[in-house]
Every structure is written in C-alpha cells, then in structure tokens.
Design a binder for this molecule. Structure first.
Ligand code: XIL
Length: 359
C-alpha cells in the first residue's frame, strides 16, 4: 500500500492502453493514487497536424482514471526538444517559424488541451526538458530557445494557468539533480518567479542508474526549491540495473558493444535486487525528510515488464521498478514500504525545522 503513507502522493506513469488491460488494475489501484499517460497526451500525439486534434485516446484515459478513482497528471503541454515537437509547429512557409507564430500555436494548443479537461486533470507538466545537457549552455538549443528564448516558458505557464486555473503547474526535466544542470534549473525557476510566471512545482524525472544515484545533488535541489517556495515532484522514478550512461559517452563509441549487452535476461541476480532495494530506501528516506517540499513521487511504469528501459536506449531485459514482470513485489517494494511506514509513525524529524535552511 504505497499510498497509505500520506506524506506525499504516490503515482505511476502507465500505458496509454491501461483501460484495456484489466490484469493490471489491481496492482495499480492497490498501490497508486495518481496516473500519468505514458505517451498519448504528448504534443505529437494530440496535434499531429495544425488544428487536427486527436482526443479520443486521452478522453478514454481520463474516463478510466475517474472510474477507478485515480487522479491524472497531464504530460505534457510543451516538449521543448525539436524531435518531440511536431514539425508543422516549428516552420512557416518553409522557414523556421517566427516567434509570434510559435507562441500563438503554443497558446492554442495549451488552451485546447488543458482547457478541455479543466479540473479533471489535477497536475500538468507544462514544459518538458527545456534545459541543455551541455554544461556550457543554459536552454536546450532548439527552435524554441532560438526563436523565443526563455519567454516561451513564461508564456506556457501563463497560458496553462488561464486554461486550468486549479491545476498544479510543473516544469519537468531529467538529470537536474546533477551538477551543472541543477544550477540551470535553479536559474530558470528564479527567472520564472521574477517574471511572476505561475509555476507551482519542478518535476525531477528521477531516471536513475544503480550505484550512481546523486543523493547529494538531489538534497541540494530539495533545499533550493524549498527556499524558492516551489514544490518538488519526482515525476518518473526508476533505477536502471544495467547502467546506460556509456551509451552517450566519448562520441558514442561504445554503442556497438552495448547494443548486445543484456546480462539479466533470465533473472536479475538477488545481489543486484538487494542493492536496488537499499538505494530505493535511501531515496525514500530523503523524500520523507523533505515531505514539506515533496508533493508527489511517481514511478515510470507499473512493473518491470512494462518499463520503457527495456527499449531505451537499447533493447534489453531490465528490472528498474518495484514490481517484477508478474506484478509481484520485489525487495525494493518492501524496503520502500518499510521507510514509508517508519516515517509515518515518526513524522517529526529535525529537518522540518525550516529555519535551518533559511539561507
Ligand atoms: C517515454 C515513454 O515511456 C516511451 O514509451 C516513449 O517511447 C518515449 O518516451 N522523459 C519523459 C517521458 O518525459 O515522456 C519519456 O517517456 C521518458 C523520458
């Protein structure tokens, strides 16, 4: 019973087809209170061509959530990567679009999508992945940043607030607890606050790798957001047991070797599961200590068999979540429940003295 803890809400990103998968419903309802559709609400899915809105799938997803008493996180209104934004959105008469057109298209999209669901969607990832992975750079170098700089992010939050006045509005990104990108997220949030943009929370995606979880960076981020009076959401948590960072290292030279790496096809060794359980426990201890800041923790996918990390960035049998392929709880599940239970019983840790972090 993950959601029994009451310290923050616990959610999960699920298949867009969850409404056709009754075998998953028990696991879902027994453990989670809020769901994020994995792909069907993304800009490319919702508006593949200008004015051609496809809501059937999203409608079915939201209706499913309501029938099952689950809240919905909308993901996402703007995905600031070029290959995640529909092509039509970024060009105009064969040229890169003007700022005016880019922002007008964005405003229409947000109004149509967030406006359609109103209070039926309680939280929105308003902008996804706008920050650069290159530590020398601030915003990701895409048409969004080139054409409209930081302004598109401010405008996106303003439009979202207009369309969904009661929703929690989130800026969502990955690796932002790591050095380099963390400073850029803090810079962005400060800027948004200065501009009076209605940002309520940052989403730290939390796609971690076994044995290299940035606990210290995460804690620094939690403190920084507490100071800026912005909530933190851990929006897409998983712990990859087949570390993947070499995929992008040294000019991609390890890719051929990695493409065939699939060490835990038959089962995940107990020793690895133990380490994973300990690392999940340490993360949840941190989330519990900062439960005044942490608003929600969502896993990305329901069980190991459904994890996107079985395919990204190469095909392999992965074991990143709390439940195995049959939906049975793993050691990580038990360690997380233990932490939640202990924190609920003893909720008054010294860290709650907010004055300690006043600077
Ligand atoms: C992933 C989905 O899980 C996959 O099914 C899809 O092929 C690619 O996108 N950050 C995000 C999520 O914000 O939308 C991504 O989801 C995972 C990384």
């Amino acid at each position: 019973m993950l959601h029994a803890a009451g310290l923050f809400s616990v959610g999960v990103g699920v298949s867009d087809f969850i409404f056709e998968q009754p075998n998953d419903w028990r696991l879902l309802e027994n453990n989670f209170e809020v769901i994020t559709p994995e792909n069907c609400m993304k800009p490319r899915a919702v508006q593949p061509a200008e004015g051609d809105f496809r809501f059937d799938h999203c409608d079915a997803f939201v209706a499913f959530a309501e029938e099952h008493n689950l809240r919905v996180v909308g993901h996402c209104l703007v995905w600031a990567d070029s290959d995640k934004t529909p092509d039509w959105w970024m060009t105009e008469n064969g040229q890169p679009t003007s700022k005016e057109t880019l922002l007008r298209r964005m405003g229409t999209h947000i109004e149509m999508v967030a406006g359609r669901y109103g209070d039926r969607i309680s939280e929105w990832d308003v902008v996804n992945e706008a920050l650069s992975d290159n530590s020398e750079e601030y915003l990701r170098n895409t048409v969004w940043a080139r054409v409209a700089g930081e302004e598109y992010i401010v405008r996106a939050f303003e439009c979202a607030r207009e369309a969904a006045p009661n929703a929690l509005l989130v800026y969502n990104d990955y690796n932002v607890d790591a050095d380099g990108k963390r400073a850029n997220l803090i810079r962005l949030v400060k800027f948004l606050k200065e501009q009076d943009a209605p940002i309520d929370a940052v989403g730290l995606q939390g796609h971690y790798e076994l044995d290299s979880i940035p606990y210290d960076g995460l804690e620094l981020m939690l403190k920084a957001m507490r100071r800026l009076q912005v909530k933190v959401i851990v929006s897409e948590l998983d712990i990859d047991v087949i570390p993947r960072s070499r995929w992008w290292a040294d000019g991609n030279k390890y890719r051929d070797e990695l493409r065939t790496l699939n060490p835990y096809q038959d089962e995940c060794p107990p020793e690895i599961l133990r380490r994973q359980a300990d690392q999940y426990a340490k993360l949840f201890e941190l989330f519990c200590r900062y439960d005044d800041v942490v608003e929600r923790v969502s896993f990305w996918n329901l069980h190991d068999g459904q994890s996107w990390l079985n395919y990204f960035p190469w095909k392999r049998v992965n074991h990143p979540l709390l439940f195995d392929r049959k939906g049975f709880p793993k050691p990580a599940y038990h360690s997380v429940v233990k932490v939640l239970r202990e924190s609920t019983l003893a909720p008054h840790s010294p860290i709650r003295d907010l004055s300690a972090d006043a600077n």
